[in-house]
Design a protein around this ligand. Structure first.
Ligand SMILES: Cc1cc2nc3c(=O)[nH]c(=O)nc-3n(C[C@H](O)[C@H](O)[C@H](O)COP(=O)(O)O)c2cc1C
Length: 356
């Protein structure tokens, strides 16, 4: 094994991180009509900074008021009140020596159109996941195939939300390109059936992500981080491989590497699983195609898995362990015996029960 890296510093652009551990983005569905999360959800993020995480990702924040929202009670970062609410959270995270990164997303065809003011679903193409929406028990609505106007409008939503995050003092912005949501829908031939310049080849399917990244980057201050999250799996039709092959996935990573981004965050079900029928896991395949800093997430639950995941990545993110165990970082440091949490255990995240 390489050096013991977990509790060593890492320089992410101009930010010196005190260790290699971050809180993965986690949607909590707690916002009121004002689009602001509940106070205990904010407190949860601050406490994770207090308890030693070096990066705090926000939940996926919805990028526009038309069609971006995929779940009830998601938050936005487009009004002064929303900005002010997040600003005090970011300050407290800073006081604990951690950095705060805002993740933003558009759900695309993973839509719950009724929770959007415009009651509209849009996506690269007019097709739906085959499975039903587990939360509504109904099929996902058939989306409108996005026009050029829609594409530009959605990009401006990403830009405006990034502006909100900058105004709130966030250290970074993450563009959510994973889990079968809008950007991922463009990347994947499973959902993208377009025949124009946004569909077909890897380059064409990548074009929308490129345009979002470029537009967002233009408005970011020099020292603001920009990260991109990617996965080969989606929340709906989970077993489908969203990229056809390792070569296709690595082609996307090569294109991402040419962008002005500061890290790629790879999301998996299990970080050590071999991917695309190769003998390499997702981090190893990603590393082969990029020199950018890499974050890895999925199935990291104790010291051994954290150390193993860091062999090929620079930073680890934890979802469920950091959600459910406030002392997780201390417990990892002490090499305490811990079990992996089941997905069901995380459902408490969506209730009004405050998490410790
Ligand atoms: C309650 C909950 C909400 C989540 N919300 C998001 C989200 O908003 N954005 C995102 O990229 N991933 C989200 N995820 C996925 C996590 O970031 C992470 O990738 C996943 O939980 C696997 O990591 P783990 O094995 O450490 O839990 C969520 C996971 C959970 C448990």
């Amino acid at each position: 094994m390489k050096k013991d890296l977990l509790f060593t510093e890492f320089n992410l652009k101009n930010h010196k991180l005190k260790n290699r551990i971050g809180v993965a983005p986690m949607t909590r569905m707690s916002a009121g009509e004002d689009g602001i999360p509940r106070q205990d959800v904010f407190d949860f993020l601050i406490r994770r900074a207090e308890n030693g995480a070096s990066i705090i990702y926000t939940e996926a924040i919805v990028t526009d008021y038309e069609s971006a929202q995929g779940y009830p009670k998601q938050s936005r970062l487009l009004t002064q009140r929303q900005i002010d609410a997040w600003k005090s959270v970011v300050e407290k995270i800073h006081n604990e020596g951690a950095i705060a990164i805002m993740q933003m997303f558009h759900c695309g065809r993973m839509a719950w159109a009724e929770v959007n003011p415009a009651n509209r679903a849009i996506a690269p193409s007019s097709n739906t996941p085959t499975q039903e929406n587990p939360l509504t028990g109904a099929p996902y609505p058939v989306p409108d195939s996005m026009s050029q106007f829609d594409i530009e409008h959605v990009i401006s939503g990403f830009v405006e939300t990034a502006r909100g995050a900058v105004a709130a003092g966030f250290d970074g912005i993450e563009i959510h390109g994973a889990h079968g949501y809008l950007i991922n829908q463009f990347l994947s031939s499973y959902s993208n059936k377009r025949t124009d310049k946004y569909g077909g080849s890897v380059e064409n399917r990548y074009r929308f992500a490129h345009e979002v990244i470029q537009a967002v980057h233009q408005i970011l201050p020099e020292d603001c981080l920009l990260t991109f999250r990617i996965s080969n799996w989606g929340i709906a039709d989970m077993d489908v491989s969203l990229f056809d092959s390792a070569a296709e996935y690595q082609g996307m990573i090569t294109l991402l590497s040419q962008e002005p981004i500061d890290a790629i965050s790879v999301s998996t079900y299990g970080f050590s699983q071999k991917a695309f029928g190769t003998d390499k896991n997702m981090t190893q395949l990603t590393r082969e195609a990029t020199e950018l800093p890499l974050m890895i997430c999925g199935g990291i639950f104790d010291r051994a898995t954290a150390d193993e995941a860091l062999q090929d990545a620079d930073l680890i993110l934890s979802g469920k362990s950091l959600l459910l165990n406030p002392d997780w970082i201390d417990d990892v440091r002490a090499n305490k015996f811990m079990e992996r949490y089941e997905s069901e255990a995380a459902n408490v995240a969506y209730t009004s029960e405050p998490l410790r």
